[in-house]
Design a binder for this molecule. Sequence first.
Ligand SMILES: [Mg+2]
Length: 248
Amino acid sequence: MSGLAIPGILLDIEGTTTPISFVHEVLFSYARSHVRNFLAEHFDSAEVLTDIANLRQDHAIDLMHGLKPPPLVAAARDAQIDSLVAYVNWLMDRDRKSTGLKSLQGKIWKEGYLAGALKAQVFADVPPAFERWRRAGLSINIFSSGSSLAQVLLFAHTEVGDLSDFIDNYFDTTVGSKQDSKSYQRIADVLHLRASDVLFVSDVVGELDAAGSAGMPTLLCIRPGNQPQPFAERYRSIQSFSPMQMGI
Ligand SMILES: [Mg+2]
């Protein structure tokens, strides 16, 4: 199965390739300010109806758990949209990763990227590292809690152009939680590599713990704007993807 013994790299996005502020400030505020128009324009499209059905399901679960989300009404179209916007904002205030929300955000961002209104940020050392690793024959892969659609869009529309050609695979939490070691074993299996041949880089110690338990070598990425990590001293850390720091 694993014909090629090519080592692979697995990268987190937020706080690793990309400033956390881009995701939390630029992307989230774009979704907030465009969700109403987006729903009004696409309310009857099959894909958006699926997202709305998922949001209604999440809403029912929130109520069951005794939470107090803003009510979803089933009245006239405009009132429905108003209530969905309020619930979507409530979910985003809590940084919830619900399927309906992520899928809807992905569609809103896609419109923004395609219109040129959104450009993704990557740290300056990221594009040269991608080129270097590609020349060395390494497989370059992403593991992020954002949907794989959101990941593809991000790398295809950066401030320095389309970087998506460098990336071989995008993994999101459909493969499992980022803090569960089984997710990393599954990723290695998909890559047809041994876990020990895949270097995982992230800004979150809990994720490095999980990848390390699966047998992956790890590096802790420390970028401007990242949260200080407990037990950071357990890991070798880097401030950039430079060859000196990464060793590759
Ligand atoms: Mg991160």
